[in-house]
Design a protein around this ligand. Structure first.
Ligand code: UDX
Length: 435
């Protein structure tokens, strides 16, 4: 099938390369000339596992092409996918202006086939365009996790399609024929709301487990045991329950949860649960610093090593990264920080670049008084800590994402500090601190 994909960001490029690998003829429309040039020469302008290799393979097989403008025989394309950004607007709602620009372009060109919205948009927000144009709208929300997006494309939990006509269903089933997953067909609005619902459910799971881990910290219980108990209840399930001392991040959860709240408000439903969840999550980096201040005397004058800055492992995305927020707060406090991330260069640090000792590998961040591991990159979970123990003066490793092997750290002669598994005597005022 011949398909056009608007937008070569994290979502669009994965969709385009995925469809090309399924054997479709894909043309990607990317308006940023620098990005376009890079893509044309087979370079992915961001890091996403396996994407670079897959892109080069598809360029060689001529299944994918990049252009600046959609023009010419546009109706030879059976589908146009919209994968452009939908950031938060200043009121916490969803800014759909980039999508509107694509629709205007399609209307101007008298595009007559299917327009598939992949971007996350509030149900009903773009319905007018169907009346203005001569095409049928389909909603096909993405559920890709950055860092494993290509795998998620080929092995999705499900494919969700919102549509109106039988013809649209036939086309979409044909498009995804090579993928072995259940296809859930529903109305456009339901598909669009389902995307917000999935992200809000996931974000609420993390919010609750983070709260419980905080309580485990102060009562001296172990969150790993608690997760095992809670997760073994088949009604709850054990996935996506790893607590984080600095909260969750990324370009989707905070933005989508706020947009859902705003959507409810605009339609006359006032949710009391959803927004506080995001407000609390955005305060978590500060709360983590408060915890550090409590545990470590004279924090301002310490030298701190940070491993990990991206919001998640296996991505170079810094959007809504709680790790970056922690770095910012420490630097603003005047703390001396050495930082490293496997995928992020100093050019990405903006105003922080001159104020941080930015390192090319994790070893270079040491010696330091203590170590903060803020992103769950596999390379940070050392096989043995013997080689670094002497370079961490206070013998303290903070695992903000509870993913490191605690036993190995302790065997290496270091003290492990996660969330909900810290030596919590330390949080009880009146007892000794860690320093
Ligand atoms: C999310 C959704 O998972 C995806 O379906 C949607 O399309 C886009 O938003 P993404 O934000 O890319 O994907 O990554 P995800 O792996 O979901 O992680 C989001 C955040 O939650 C990260 O900060 C991660 O560290 C955190 N997280 C995840 C936890 O703190 N604990 C967990 O158990 C899992």
């Amino acid at each position: 099938m011949k398909v056009a994909v608007f937008g070569a960001g994290y979502v669009g490029l994965v969709q385009a390369v995925g469809l090309a690998k399924l054997g479709h003829e894909v043309v990607v429309i990317e308006i940023n000339p620098d990005r376009l040039k890079e893509l044309d020469s087979g370079r992915v302008p961001f890091f996403e596992e396996g994407l670079q290799e897959a892109l080069q393979e598809m360029i060689l097989s001529k299944n994918i092409k990049f252009v600046e403008r959609f023009e010419g025989e546009v109706n030879s394309f059976e589908m146009a996918f919209i994968c452009v950004q939908t950031p938060s607007d200043e009121h916490g709602g969803c800014d759909v202006s980039a999508i509107e620009a694509v629709f205007d372009n399609l209307i101007e060109l008298s595009f007559k086939n299917f327009v598939v919205i992949k971007s996350t948009v509030p149900p009903g927000a773009l319905d007018d365009y169907e009346e203005k144009g001569d095409f049928e709208l389909i909603a096909n929300p993405e559920f890709l996790r950055q860092g494993r997006a290509l795998r998620d494309f080929f092995q999705p939990e499900r494919i969700v399609i919102g549509l109106k006509s039988e013809q649209a269903e036939v086309k979409m089933r044909e498009l995804y024929k090579g993928i072995d997953a259940e296809i859930l067909v529903m109305s456009v609005k339901s598909a669009q709301l389902a995307k917000y619902a999935a992200n809000t459910m996931l974000a609420s799971r993390l919010s609750i487990i983070n709260e419980i881990a905080g309580i485990a910290d102060v009562v001296g219980a172990d969150i790993l045991d608690i997760v095992q108990v809670v997760g073994s209840d088949s009604r709850i399930g054990g996935k996506f329950l790893r607590p984080s001392n600095i909260g969750f991040g990324g370009s989707c959860f905070p933005k989508d949860v706020l947009a859902l709240n705003k959507l409810g408000e605009m339609c006359g439903y006032k949710s009391t649960l959803i927004k506080p969840m995001i407000d609390l999550n955005s305060r978590r980096p500060e709360m983590f610093i408060e915890k550090l201040k409590f545990l470590i005397d004279d924090l301002e004058n310490k030298k701190v090593a940070i491993w990990g800055l991206s919001f998640n492992a296996n991505t170079d995305d810094l959007r809504e990264s709680p790790a970056l927020k922690v770095l910012e707060i420490l630097v603003d406090m005047g703390v001396q920080v050495s930082a490293y991330d496997p995928c992020i260069g100093i050019d990405r640090l903006g105003y922080l670049a001159d104020r941080v000792n930015f390192c090319r590998n994790k070893e270079e961040t040491l010696p330091a008084d203590f170590l903060l591991v803020l992103t769950e990159w596999e390379e940070f979970d050392l096989e043995t800590w013997d080689k670094v123990v002497d370079k961490i003066r206070m013998k303290l490793v903070f695992d903000a994402k509870n993913f490191l092997d605690r036993a190995r750290i302790e065997r290496g002669g270091l003290e492990y500090c996660g969330i909900g598994i810290c030596k919590m005597d330390a949080l009880d005022p009146g007892r000794s601190r860690l320093d």
